[in-house]
Ligand binder design. Structure first.
Ligand code: SAH
Length: 501
């Protein structure tokens, strides 16, 4: 068995700025060796058995020396593993990827390099600064700002040339030497008024940009307490920021938004928050526990002819139902005589992959809406089968029973995932969470049980957004204040509230 190493550029930070090939390397890895500047969310894409080795480099305090990193990669690959070495930006732009490649070659270990979007270009882009422009810069120069301690005027760099090239200068790793950098450039004849941008945490929702001039930038940086990782951009392209700043103008830019999970629809909420520039913090409050060997469900499936309607209210309910059908040696044909309803598009999708097109999909993802859609079609002769969660609300079943027979079967239960408690409290204590969204009354109840009544005051700094009236009353009952309620009880309705706010 021969190991292999992929040196992968993980891009500047924004989750979606990773190449398809980079993602593939993460997915096949047995071991991932990663740095501080790599977006940690990529690790979720790895195989469940994948091992993670953090070799993070905060400037000054290298967790592992480069030699040690080389050794780790070589050792792991020599064990026959697929090693993905994830580096921020591009592996060959001040990433010491060249040295890692050399070490691997020396030991005869196979490797491939996957380029990434370097912060030196992509980071500027997200700050609204094009690295070249026909009218302002016909070249660009990416320079290390990591000047040698023994030689602050750094003879490795030709400051005179840098001062006169007239292209865009981008310094990486330069914050702690900002004073020397700006002084050297001025000394060698670069105009004091040249615009300079400092871009910290580029492409992240927490991106911060400061614009100044060569003359004043050091002072401004001191005042603003600028820290790494920061890009220093020198040149008149900086002025285009006003016009080209698309990222910071996104409606949810800079917002931390906690998404309390109760249903699968939330994955679309998380995605949309990111696309709108916000930072979604996903907290899975519950996990699903399926009831083992469900006799009642088996019997119902064996006598499907008794029923006229099948109502599936969640993706879980649909999956469990169809798996049971399959286990009993049946398939979609057994449902041919039934009218079928799905609450929610993900439920409908789960049915569709099994070859079933739902007859009814209510406009809104709530029981009330399903009831309104269904009621006009029902007669007292109808018999409805509803296999669903044990802790589901009574409303639907109670109301439907007024019209016809209803057979409700509990097929699963959602239980609080207490493993999440520590992380949740940590986030609430250490980060400013702007909004917390609740997409159902059960997500409110679960969330409150998860964090515990004694910790409810931790939510004071955040605005609570509710998807609709039922969810709002659940929040009130828990003694929490609803900041705003969605006009439409949908994921887009929730987003609209925050966008308008
Ligand atoms: N290989 C990386 C650079 C590694 S050197 C790349 O191609 O981007 C590390 C330096 O890169 C940091 O000190 C900082 O100057 C810069 N950097 C990397 N990511 C950054 C980000 N998201 N925001 C600002 N600067 C970043």
């Amino acid at each position: 068995m021969k190991g292999k190493v992929y040196l992968v550029g993980a891009g500047p930070g924004d989750y979606k700025l990773l190449t398809l090939k980079g993602l593939e390397c993460i997915q096949v890895a047995d071991v991932i060796v990663y740095d501080r500047l790599v977006n940690k969310n990529y690790l979720k894409e790895a195989k469940p058995t994948c091992e993670f080795i953090y070799v993070g480099k905060a400037s000054n305090q290298h967790t592992l020396s480069q030699e040690e990193i080389n050794r780790v990669i070589v050792e792991q690959a020599a064990l026959g593993k697929i090693v993905t070495r994830l580096k921020g930006g591009d592996p060959y732009v001040f990433g010491r990827g060249g040295e890692e490649g050399e070490a691997l070659r020396e030991k005869g270990i196979e490797f491939e390099v996957v380029p990434g979007i370097t912060s030196a270009i992509g980071g500027l882009c997200y700050a609204g600064i094009p690295i070249t422009h026909r009218d302002y810069a016909s070249s660009f120069h990416v320079v290390t700002g990591h000047l040698r301690a023994d030689d602050k005027s750094n003879s490795d760099l030709n400051w005179n040339a840098l001062a006169h090239v007239n292209g865009t200068l981008v310094f990486l790793m330069g914050v702690s030497n900002l004073k020397q950098i700006s002084e050297q450039l001025i000394k060698e004849g670069k105009c004091k008024k040249t615009p300079v941008a400092l871009i910290s945490w580029a492409t992240y929702f927490s991106q911060k940009v400061i614009v100044s001039t060569l003359e004043e930038v050091y002072e401004v940086a001191q005042k603003e307490e600028i820290k790494p990782p920061t890009l220093i951009v020198v040149g008149s392209v900086v002025n285009l920021r006003e016009t080209l700043n698309f990222f910071e103008n996104k409606p949810l830019f800079g917002k931390n938004i906690m998404v309390t999970r109760s249903r699968t629809q939330n994955s679309s909420l998380v995605e949309k928050i990111s696309d709108l520039g916000g930072n979604p913090i996903e907290i899975p409050t519950i996990k699903i526990e399926k009831f083992q060997s469900n006799k009642e469900l088996q019997e119902a499936i064996q006598q499907l002819n008794k029923y006229t309607y099948l109502v599936l209210t969640s993706q879980n309910a649909a999956d469990i139902f169809f798996n049971q059908l399959d286990e009993l040696g049946l398939d979609a044909r057994a449902l041919a005589h039934l009218k079928i309803c799905a609450i929610g598009s993900s439920t409908a999708k789960a049915m569709k992959v099994r070859g079933i097109r739902a007859d009814f999909i209510p406009k809104e993802f709530v029981s009330e809406s399903l009831y309104e859609t269904l009621a006009p079609h029902l007669t007292p002769q109808d018999n409805i089968l509803i296999p669903r969660a044990k802790n589901a609300r009574d409303f639907l079943v109670t109301q439907l029973k007024e019209i016809c027979s209803v057979h409700e079967i509990h097929t699963y239960e959602s239980v609080i995932d207490f493993n999440q408690k520590t992380e949740l409290l940590e986030i609430l204590t250490h980060e400013k969470v702007d909004y917390i969204t609740f997409a159902s009354s059960s997500s409110v109840k679960n969330f409150v049980r998860l964090i515990g009544n004694e910790n409810l005051n931790q939510l004071k700094q955040s605005e609570l957004i509710s998807i609709g009236p039922v969810t709002s009353s659940a929040l009130c009952e828990a003694g929490l204040t609803v900041y705003k309620e969605a006009k439409q009880a949908t994921i887009d309705g929730l987003l609209d509230v925050m966008i308008a706010d």
